[in-house]
Ligand binder design. Structure first.
Ligand SMILES: *Cc1c(COP(=O)(O)O)cnc(C)c1O
Length: 455
């Protein structure tokens, strides 16, 4: 008998290479020097502004932002980004994001004041974090900012201050939840699975003192799993729908926080991040689908807020550094010492940062350990990287340093260097001066009895 049944259709899938899974090719050695950043000579930048030098590409920030915005607005009708200040709160960088239309997302009174000083309308500041003082809360309420409540003690503080000011502040709660990613981030906000979050929402609604405007979560950072965001979106949507049912109250927005990965390469990952990490479109797809599938009325979807930090700025930051010396370790391994250490390259602890020489080189390469200048054993920028021979005075470019380094950097042993931004017309602008001895000693006092000594 002839088989007339049609062959079963199987949907084609594109399968991503898994981070950490080796393939037969191994890691590529950089074989092209990076002589220019956005058309500006690396050597000239170092000569003019000094070394080490952080360089930010305004073009890369704007392009990355435009891509992210497009990824979400193609799939969901109402999207708003809020720039995560702690990721990089250099005023010039914040201004680029605000020019692009980003609100501000802050996690301390210091960051809040910085956003206000940058000219951000108080209504467009999202105030997160577990440590808001009475004065911070009072200021935020007066400016009609969005207060994201982290714990019950804060909720009662906000209620007290609101009563005193005779205002009804706009608030959201931060929710933590199981998204299938472990360890789970459950130290911030109210837990979903145990009912804490629903309890907090009930307390807010019954108090009558607060305007419940949104629901917030921030499930982790450098998350490699888009489905975790779908889970988060479903759970927040579930709370929003429960509020509609019980209180006939519609929230205005769902804020899914930050945490998308940049193209950096996590330590221990075999393949470079640019090949292994999911792109923003995959996150946009997971989140938009979950939200659209959750709400019954497509005309009344809540605003989707994203507090994306590192994915928007990491790739835009470079660090130019100079070779101080080469040496052979006792094992025979080549070591190259550069003038930038882990005190200004905090993310060396997490990433295998790509390093490219800034001048032409020969084909000979060797596995090299790259040390910073500190008198500290932990001062390692790359434990092992295949590099061509570099001579004293040569320049290198360290890639993808735009997120967290310029906020988490430490003044330790050396002073912190200058930062420039290259504009769209290829002109570099100084946006932060290097520190001097006075930057530090101006804050210090030597008591009278300690002033004199003889040696
Ligand atoms: C740090 C932080 C962000 C930004 O996180 P990224 O991983 O840089 O995207 C967003 N929201 C909150 C509440 C944060 O604490």
């Amino acid at each position: 008998m002839k088989n007339t049944e049609k062959e079963k259709y199987e949907r084609p899938v594109i399968k991503k290479v898994e981070a950490g899974m080796p393939n037969k090719f191994g890691l590529r050695t950089e074989y092209q020097p990076m002589t220019h950043i956005d058309g500006v000579s690396v050597h000239e930048l170092a000569e003019r502004f000094g070394s080490p030098l952080f360089v930010i590409s305004e073009k890369t920030i704007r392009d990355t932002y435009a891509h992210a915005k497009r990824a979400f607005t193609l799939r969901y009708p109402k999207v708003q980004f809020a720039w995560s200040y702690k990721t990089n709160y250099l005023n010039a960088v914040c201004h680029v994001f605000h020019q692009e239309g980003s609100w501000a997302e802050v996690v301390s009174g210091f960051e809040y004041d910085k956003a206000i000083a940058n000219g951000v309308n108080g209504k467009k500041i999202i105030f997160n974090g577990p440590d808001k003082s009475d004065a911070d809360i009072e200021k935020a309420i007066k400016n009609d900012s969005l207060l994201h409540i982290d714990h019950l003690d804060e909720m009662y503080m906000v209620i007290d201050i609101a009563e005193k000011l005779k205002k009804k502040p706009r608030v959201a709660i931060r929710v933590n939840m199981d998204t299938g990613i472990y360890p789970m981030w459950d130290r911030f906000g109210f837990n979903y699975e145990t009912g804490q979050a629903w309890d907090a929402l009930n307390k807010i609604m019954f108090s009558g003192k607060l305007e419940l405007t949104g629901l917030h979560c921030h499930i982790g950072t450098f998350m490699l799993a888009p489905y975790a965001y779908a889970t988060a979106a479903y759970k927040l949507a579930d709370l929003a729908i429960a509020l509609e049912k019980k209180f006939n109250h519609s929230i205005k927005y769902i804020d899914l926080g930050g945490g998308f990965p940049s193209k950096n390469t996590l330590k221990g990952s075999f393949l470079p991040g640019k090949d292994a990490n999911p792109g923003i479109d995959e996150f946009a797809e997971a989140i938009s689908t979950a939200l659209i599938n959750s709400f019954s009325n497509p005309d009344k979807l809540p605003l989707l807020i994203l507090e994306t930090g590192r994915a928007l700025v990491d790739d835009a930051g470079y660090l130019i550094s100079s070779v101080i010396a080469n040496k052979r370790l006792s094992s025979g391994k080549r070591a190259t010492i550069i003038d930038a250490g882990v005190n200004i390259m905090f993310t060396s602890f997490w990433y295998d940062h790509k390093i490219t020489p800034a001048q032409p080189f020969t084909h000979y390469t060797e596995d090299t350990v790259v040390y910073g200048p500190l008198c500290m054993n932990i001062d390692v920028i790359r434990e092992n990287v295949s590099l061509p021979l570099l001579n004293k005075g040569d320049k290198i470019v360290i890639h993808q340093v735009g997120a967290y380094n310029m906020t988490q950097w430490m003044q330790f042993i050396t002073l912190r260097p200058r930062i420039v931004i290259i504009d769209l017309d290829r002109t570099p602008h100084l946006i932060r001066e290097s520190e001097t001895n006075n930057t530090l000693t101006d804050l210090e006092l030597v008591p009278e009895h300690l002033k004199k000594f003889e040696l």
